[in-house]
Design a protein around this ligand. Structure first.
Ligand code: C2E
Ligand code: CA
Ligand code: CA
Ligand code: CA
Length: 274
């Protein structure tokens, strides 16, 4: 009985701490943006066959003066709840396009979109402006959207996706396989890329179930003309397995961790074909 009570109290204290953090983040985040404490780090995506970098994914970080580098999971959801994701997301798009325009090779830049950002009527305009301001070729921008982005009102979503593609940008379905109707969305929406969640890579090469699912995704990608990408590749064995299955691209700590832009520029320099 006392054990139960104890764990209940701990749970409650845990909630308090989490709520306090959220509260602090909400208050501080707007200021953090104006003080320039937000950064984009970049993680490379590799073409598995040629071993070339095809794209770098922009991943937001908050360099907090006291708490150090804060990961996106601790502030993106708060920004989403408070609406701050609209200016934050616009900043990410502008910065990512500006950075990519100066890279030494013409790798694409992948940017994550949140649900609120996607439903905002100014999104297409924001993307167009970011491309124009950076003078970045539209096909060098890839927008990653998850199923949670598409959950409601498919007619409006379809119109937005079509308008984005009209701009010439590429659309990737992110975290494929983690939602309830991943396959349904592939039928309804014009994606250029399927990015399988790392959940299906984690227990490779020993999971026949994961392998079967990955194999099906490669087949789908080939029939639908979509690039197939895996994330979360951490070991050589995992890389070999997804290569054998026929995936086009891979991303993960084995191949490259997220680094600040200056660091990525050096990596891309060394990567330039000679
Ligand atoms: P995501 O889009 O699925 O991004 C991949 C996450 O997996 C990144 O975490 C990346 O650092 C991590 N990762 C990459 N390779 C490996 C690996 O080999 N093993 C493991 N265990 N993890 C790996 P990160 O940077 O913490 O980002 C977390 C999530 O935050 C992202 O998940 C994305 O949904 C969101 N996010 C990040 N930046 C932005 C942004 O600018 N806007 C929006 N809306 N969301 C963002
Ligand atoms: Ca992503
Ligand atoms: Ca992902
Ligand atoms: Ca993921």
């Amino acid at each position: 009985k006392s054990g139960k009570r104890g764990s209940y109290c701990m749970f409650e204290r845990g909630m308090d701490a989490a709520m306090r953090t959220r509260h602090l983040v909400r208050i501080e985040l707007a200021g953090a943006m104006s003080r320039g404490e937000l950064e984009l780090h970049y993680q490379p995506l590799f073409d598995i066959a040629s071993n070339h970098i095809t794209a770098c994914e922009a991943l937001a970080r908050w360099r907090h003066p006291e708490r150090g580098l804060i990961p996106p999971n601790e502030f993106i959801p708060v920004a989403e709840e408070s609406g701050l994701i609209i200016p934050l997301g616009a900043w990410v798009l502008e910065k990512a396009c500006a950075d990519a325009a100066r890279w030494p090779i013409d790798a694409a830049v992948a940017v994550n979109l949140s649900p609120l950002q996607f439903r905002n009527s100014s999104l297409v305009d924001t993307v167009a402006k970011a491309l124009a301001a950076a003078d970045l070729r539209p096909d060098r921008l890839q927008l990653e959207i998850t199923e949670s982005v598409l959950l409601d009102d498919s007619a409006g979503n379809l119109a937005t996706l079509r308008a984005l593609r009209q701009l010439g940008v590429r659309i990737a379905m992110d975290d494929f396989g983690t939602g309830y109707s991943s396959f349904g969305y592939l039928r309804s929406f014009p994606f250029d890329k399927i990015k399988v969640d790392r959940e299906f890579v984690r227990d490779l090469p020993d999971s026949p179930e994961s392998l079967a699912i990955l194999r099906a995704v490669v087949g789908l990608g080939q029939s639908l003309g979509m690039t197939t990408t895996v994330e979360g590749v951490e070991t050589q064995d995992q890389l070999s397995a997804v290569r054998t299955e026929g995936f086009v691209e891979a991303q993960g700590y084995l191949l490259g961790v997220p680094v600040p832009n200056a660091e990525m520029v050096k990596i891309l320099h060394g990567h330039r074909p000679v």
